[in-house]
Design a protein around this ligand. Structure first.
Ligand code: FES
Ligand SMILES: [Fe+2]
Length: 369
C-alpha cells in the first residue's frame, strides 16, 4: 500500500468559511456532489438473517432498501416501484416477493418484475425489461455500504487497506453483531459534527471521562489514509470498566477508522466495537446513531455500561460543543481562525479538519473555492 501524502493537510491554513455550514442551497448541492457519490453505511448483514429479509434506510434524501435472496446474496435497490413510482417497502421485515401496495406489481428478490396484474399482452408492456434500480453495495466484514454513484471507485481504492487494518485490529469483527442502537441529534451542520469527531485537541478540555477513563491522551495520534482518518491511542491505566486482555491482541488499545464522509468504526479498549453513522437532515440538523456490538450478539453488561457512560459523557459533551459552534458560525463577528497543525499529527492537532476541508472542496468543486 502506498503511503498517503499528508503534506496538503499539515500546511498552514484556516477553517472553512461560515457559509459552507449555513447555506441551505449549498446543503442541497452537497446531497448531489458529496453524499450521492461517496460510500454510506446502509445496515449490518445480520439485520438480514434469511431469504426475503429487508431493511429500508435513507441516504442523500433517497429511500433505499437492502434485501437478501434465497442464495444469500444481498442487493440494495431504490425503494421505488418501476410502474408509477409508489414506495415499495417500509421499515424492515421479511417478504417472499416484493409487492407494491399501489397496483400490486410484484418483484422477485433479485429485483426483476415477476407479475403485473392485468398487464400481460397489453400494448407496450414488456415485463422482461422491467427491474428495480440497483445500487452499488459492498460488504466490509458484515457492514454493508452503498454508493449512489454507479461509477464510484471501490472502497478499497477510497480507503486503502482499511479492510485488512480492521481485521488485524479486531479479528473477531466478523462475529460482531449489533446489540443496541442509540439515536442522537446534533443541532449543527454535518461538517461541524465530523470535524468535531475527528480532532482530539478538545479532548482534555471537554471530555474528562474519555481522557481519564478510556484513553491515554498523550499517546493519541490520527493518520489520514486515503479518505479515512485513523485514530489510535493506548488505553488509560484508570480504565473505568473491565478489559479482557485475552480477547484480542489489541484489547488494551483504542482505534477508530473514520470513513469520509459520514461513518466511523470505533473500538474502545476491551475490545468494545461501536460505530457512528451521521444522517444529515438539514443544513443545521444532523441526526446520527451510535451502534454497539458484541460477540455473536450475546448480551454484555460491559458493552451496555460503556454505551451508557459514552452517551452520558462524551456524546452529551460533544452535542453541547456542536450546538455552540453552529450558533457561533452565524455570528457577524466570527472570522475563520487558523487551524492548529502539528506535523506529528498528535493529540493537539487539527490536520484532520484540514483533510476534511480538502475532501469537501474536491467534491464540491468551484461552488466552495
Ligand atoms: S406504482 Fe407500483 S404497482 Fe403501480
Ligand atoms: Fe469530542
Amino acid at each position: 500500500m502506498e503511503a498517503t501524502d499528508c503534506s496538503p493537510y499539515i500546511r498552514p491554513q484556516r477553517s472553512m468559511e461560515p457559509s459552507v455550514y449555513l447555506d441551505a442551497d449549498l446543503f442541497g448541492l452537497e446531497q448531489r456532489r458529496v453524499l450521492s457519490s461517496t460510500w454510506q453505511y446502509g445496515c449490518h448483514a445480520s439485520d438480514l438473517d434469511g431469504p426475503g429479509s429487508y431493511v429500508t434506510f435513507e441516504i442523500a434524501g433517497e429511500s433505499l432498501f437492502a434485501v437478501r435472496d434465497p442464495e444469500g446474496t444481498i442487493r440494495t435497490f431504490y425503494n421505488v416501484c418501476m410502474h408509477r413510482g409508489h414506495r415499495l417497502l417500509d421499515g424492515a421485515g421479511v417478504r417472499p416477493k416484493l409487492v407494491c401496495p399501489y397496483h400490486l406489481w410484484t418483484y422477485r428478490l433479485d429485483g426483476r418484475l415477476d407479475h403485473a396484474p392485468h398487464a400481460q399482452g397489453r400494448p407496450g408492456f414488456d415485463p422482461g425489461g422491467i427491474c428495480l434500480t440497483e445500487v452499488l453495495t459492498e460488504d466490509l466484514w458484515g457492514f454493508l455500504f452503498v454508493n449512489l454513484d454507479g461509477d464510484a471507485r471501490p472502497m478499497e481504492v477510497t480507503y486503502p487497506g482499511v479492510r485488512e487494518a480492521l481485521y488485524e485490529f479486531l479479528p473477531s469483527i466478523e462475529r460482531m453483531r449489533p446489540l443496541e442502537r442509540r439515536w442522537f441529534t446534533a443541532e449543527s451542520n454535518w461538517k461541524v459534527a465530523v470535524e468535531n469527531y475527528n480532532e482530539c485537541y478538545h479532548c482534555r478540555s471537554a471530555h474528562p471521562s474519555f481522557s481519564k477513563g478510556v484513553v491515554l491522551p498523550e499517546t493519541y495520534t490520527i493518520r489520514p489514509v486515503g479518505q479515512s482518518l485513523q485514530h489510535r491511542a493506548e488505553s488509560s491505566p484508570d480504565q473505568y470498566y473491565e478489559i479482557d486482555y485475552q480477547a484480542s491482541p489489541h484489547a488494551a488499545d483504542y482505534r477508530s477508522f473514520y470513513l469520509w464522509p459520514l461513518f466511523s468504526f470505533q473500538v474502545y479498549p476491551g475490545p468494545v466495537l461501536n460505530t457512528f453513522c451521521w444522517r444529515p437532515a438539514s443544513v443545521d440538523r444532523t441526526p446520527f446513531f451510535r451502534e454497539w456490538f458484541s460477540l455473536d450478539g450475546e448480551d454484555s453488561p460491559t458493552v451496555r455500561r460503556v454505551a451508557d457512560e459514552d452517551a452520558r459523557t462524551t456524546v452529551a459533551e460533544d452535542l453541547a460543543l456542536m450546538r455552540s459552534v453552529q450558533g457561533g458560525l452565524s455570528s457577524r463577528g466570527y472570522r475563520p481562525g487558523p487551524l492548529v497543525i502539528d506535523p506529528d499529527m498528535g493529540l493537539n492537532s487539527e490536520h484532520t479538519v484540514a483533510a476534511i476541508k480538502a475532501w469537501y472542496q474536491e467534491a464540491m468543486g468551484p461552488a466552495v473555492q
